[in-house]
Write a protein that binds this ligand. Structure first.
Ligand code: ADP
Ligand code: MG
Ligand code: MG
Length: 210
């Protein structure tokens, strides 16, 4: 398994930037169906800016990298997702503190803290058709693998699997938060773009930790 030092975390984020860019049109299309069509654009802008920062800033610990992600996403993504993902990474950074390396319990704790940040910021609950529908089951899956002795790759891969299922579960839902909620019943029958981007990020982190 790849180590989760600052460098390992930065590598995972560079991979995430590539995956987000590859899925930019898909995320825009999902957001066109129930929002304003910019989620792929917003996320690509943020992760492109992040890669430039990673190229110039030497982050000393995984927590420092996560803090850099937070500040970059907050200042570049915009919309609803920018502050939500920004808060998620900021809380994850606080949860890992100045640890030199992420172990399975820390990785699970970082995901838990990220979820708490998203909920504190956006006030969504499971079933509201948001990224919370992907992140909540991901946290539960991560924790159950961490307590049974799985390594970081196993923790993240369980989280990714649960997030993918959680994202799929948004399809029949009527949105109760964010722009999609303006559509009321017409939001049903579409995958939530933020839940999809959350699943993409977790799948990439899992692949990177292998
Ligand atoms: P905007 O809607 O401002 O254009 P984006 O398109 O980038 O922003 O992001 C939309 C995504 O943000 C949604 O698909 C949803 O997952 C997420 N989202 C919106 N509002 C909330 C909220 N209150 N809590 C959690 N997630 C939310
Ligand atoms: Mg949008
Ligand atoms: Mg927008």
């Amino acid at each position: 398994m790849a180590t989760c030092t600052a460098e390992g975390v930065a590598t995972a984020l560079r991979a995430a930037a590539r995956v987000i860019a590859e899925h930019r049109d898909e995320l825009n299309r999902l957001d066109r169906e129930i929002g304003d069509g910019d989620h792929g654009e917003n996320m690509t802008r943020g992760f492109t800016a992040l890669v430039s920062k990673l190229d110039t800033v030497e982050a000393a610990s995984p927590g420092a990298v996560l803090k850099l992600v937070a500040s970059t996403l907050i200042s570049t993504v915009g919309g609803a997702a920018g502050p939500l993902y920004g808060t998620a990474f900021l809380r994850a950074a606080a949860a890992v503190g100045d640890a030199a390396e992420l172990d399975p319990p820390l990785a699970a704790a970082a995901l838990q803290a990220a979820l708490e940040g998203v909920v504190a910021r956006g006030k969504a609950v499971v079933g509201d058709k948001t990224m919370v529908d992907a992140l909540t089951p991901a946290v539960a899956a991560a924790e159950s693998v961490a307590v049974t002795g799985g390594d970081v790759a196993a923790v993240l891969s369980a989280a990714a699997e649960a997030a993918e299922q959680g994202a799929e579960s948004t399809v029949p839902l009527v949105a109760r938060k964010g722009r999609a909620s303006y559509l009321g019943e017409r939001s049903a029958g579409h995958l939530d773009p933020g839940a999809r981007s959350t699943a993409l990020l977790l799948r990439t982190f899992a692949g990177s930790a292998r």
